[in-house]
Design a protein around this ligand. Sequence first.
Ligand code: ATP
Length: 604
Amino acid sequence: MRWVVGSAVFVMRLAAAVDRVRLLKAIGLMALGYLATPLVALGLREFTDAAVSGRAGTATLVITGVAVLLVMELMLGHFAHLSYFEVGELAETDLNERLIRTVNGSSGLERLDDSTFADGVNLVREELGKTRTAVESVLQLGGLVLQMSLTTVLLVTLDPRLALLPLAALPSVLLGQRAQGLVERAREATAESTRRTRHLLDLATSPASVKEIRLFHAEPPLMLEQDACWSRTSAALRSAHLRAAGVRALGQLAFALAYGGAITLVIWEAARGRAGAGDVVMVITLAVQVSVQVAGSATLLTALQGVGRTLDRLTSLQDPAPPPPAARADRSGRAAALVGASVPEALAEGIRLEGVGFAYPGTGRMILRDVDLTIPAGASMALVGENGAGKTTLVKLLCGLYRPTSGRILVDGADLAEIPPREWRARVAPLFQDFARFELLLRENVGVGDVARVEEEAAVTRAVGQARADGIVAAVPGGLSGLLGHGYGPGVELSGGQWQTLGLARCMMREDPLLLVLDEPAAALDAAAEHAIFDRYATLSGEAGHRRGAITLFVSHRFTTVRMADMIVVLDGGEVVENGDHRALVSHSGLYSELYHLQERIYR
Ligand SMILES: Nc1ncnc2c1ncn2[C@@H]1O[C@H](COP(=O)(O)OP(=O)(O)OP(=O)(O)O)[C@@H](O)[C@H]1O
């Protein structure tokens, strides 16, 4: 019941906030429409009595009134629908926005790595569409309560014992809720395998993976695994639905017995002359209405219960409030009252990493260990290491996407953990190896690099020019207003390198970055294109470094690129094993020199 009351209150508040006038109109129309139904039963009693006693005029008048009531019931419900449907759509849009904020609103990426969070998001995303009808369900439930109250009053006027009839509906309602609980629990228990089933389906059907699946003939095992996964999920859900149906049937049986009892009672009273033919007709009509009302209420309660759970899940997914500064601990573990820091306009000292260690949430495996580094303001730093050494992880920490598990990162002496993440990230210009392909208008794809200026054509054109993406704009029909990708329309598909160039243009939207990141952006590029990208980035970073002491960080496996950096940091198994410039590292016979000579031999 907690879900139902909670969700009804929540939904009504939300509906009032999105469109109060339409909601009030819908409530008024629904109330009138719903009250008309029991009055039909009353009218039928009067009509029967008038007809039986030969009062033709009265009978005609009453049956005309009944017809008017029936028309009212239908028409008012229809007009109410027009009002609440729109309110429901607005409420759903509001909830979708909340989900988007929940997924993107946490300070770091930690929660996105958590499979429980991912399962929760999945369930909410699936269920959120149903909340569109939540406003309708609450109003209908209110209408049914009103209707049942009037029905009960009419039944009591005949025989007080008949007041028990609506009460007999309670077991059916309560057992209906229990049944829904069974289904919900099964859905939660199978959330992970449902997610896996969807993932396998996405893999088998998305253009990104379908090429390799075909070439490797991977469809049969994928389909087998998807089938097995789906069978496990559906077996658990089927069993839950069966048990739920049994529980619901028990409740309906209880009501059917009461229904039969009520009609028998009135017929019995009529046989003994204590009730008229009209009373029998009225009770039969009202009892039918009660059964419809009860079935309707049970369905609506079930729907609202589901909505309540979805809303509860959505709330529980929201980022818990960060601990108050006084409760945080410094690197030695001592509680310290840390005050918030702000991002400097320009870097004077640079960035320092002190004993930084990191494990991805929920894994317990240290990916970085005791990283101590000083990156002077205005410097460029290359990260080198074998696959899985922890380079991207270190980049993500420096971008403020994760917080170190131990140690700290200082930006001009201020702890990065104390700097509001949004402020720091606004000063980071990143181009990742898995850059995003925003299938939007070309202008939006680039402008998203500085959302506040996404509509500023001059800013976007300047960024496009700096990234030397003018050729792409010229080739896309509609230029900056052209649609990219096939995600939701007939857009233009770009090559990997072209998408990447637009990613670079996005970076160029940031006019005053303090940290420029190029994480293996060259993976999809030929050597000339890689050189061009680094060249363009070097111009930007050179300017930013000169003006604001900005630091450029790049990750690459190509030593022709790496050697351009002022300092090169070699990571091995999450630890810094070497640090220096190219000349120093080559002359020192360590891992860098080994990897460098190996690559030199291969490309000679
Ligand atoms: N989101 C994540 N959750 C858990 N573990 C992760 C996550 N991302 C990366 N890892 C693990 O962290 C380790 C280091 O990964 P990282 O991407 O930092 O390496 P890298 O040096 O950049 O490798 P590459 O050169 O292949 O890009 C890997 O063992 C990887 O499995």
